[in-house]
Design a protein around this ligand. Sequence first.
Ligand code: FE2
Length: 281
Amino acid sequence: MLEIGKLNCNTLALAFIFHIIVLVEVIGAPPLMALAAKYGIISDVHANHTAMKMALVHLEAAGCDAIINLGDLVGYGAQPAECVKSIRALPNAISIIGNHDRQAMGEKDERMRKTAAKVLEWTAQHLTPDDLDFLRSVPQGLVVEEAFILVHGSLVERDAYLLSSPEITRNMRSMIEDFPKSKVCFFGHTHVPMLIGTKAVVTDLQETKMFKLDPNEKYMINPGSVGQPRDKCPLSSFGIFDTKNWTMTFVRKPYDYKVAQKLIIDNGLPEKFARRLALGI
Ligand SMILES: [Fe+2]
């Protein structure tokens, strides 16, 4: 069961009860479709600034008016400050927080693997107080004008991985019952691009592909991971959501992962986080 906080214009809140997400509705903000026609959707950048720069350049060239960042800007990679600065510098960006971002700003999660937690200790030391304040200001979920939902993990449990059939069913049910007016829920966390509808789930997204969406259908969409893809494809993964033509494009693009790997090793971070970038695991 999911609860929604109702707050005044642009007031965002962070809250959760027994690991159940409390999403925050932004009341009075302009409808999302009026804010932008084309959204660049990025998630799980994980301090991979080489991949992030490539993705942002591509999204700007593709005519995106705004960027939606679904969380986990930091962790695993060696350029957390550069990634936070890049998102803060964007004129029109909406961010939500991820579990690695939360750990970097001091919210300990005992389930975090030791090597990942070690990198986040290093990350916290390499962020400025301003960067940490920015992360603290980012909400953990957003519902914008009832039409779009943004979460990092899943709709019904903050850090659940939305991959299995039972989890997909549980979330789609919540989407239908708890958010009858919402058409699309964007999520991240699994690092696997996915298009979930009520009738079909698409997971084979290792090449750039555009989908025409049905305006009467509900979708849950994961754009994949910009900085640490895990679908056995090392290409960076992100998306373009066109609200005029009602299309979702999953973009797969190469970047120079050797630069990101070298930075991880040169900074003394675990080598396995460098190795996996070449494999997409
Ligand atoms: Fe992540």
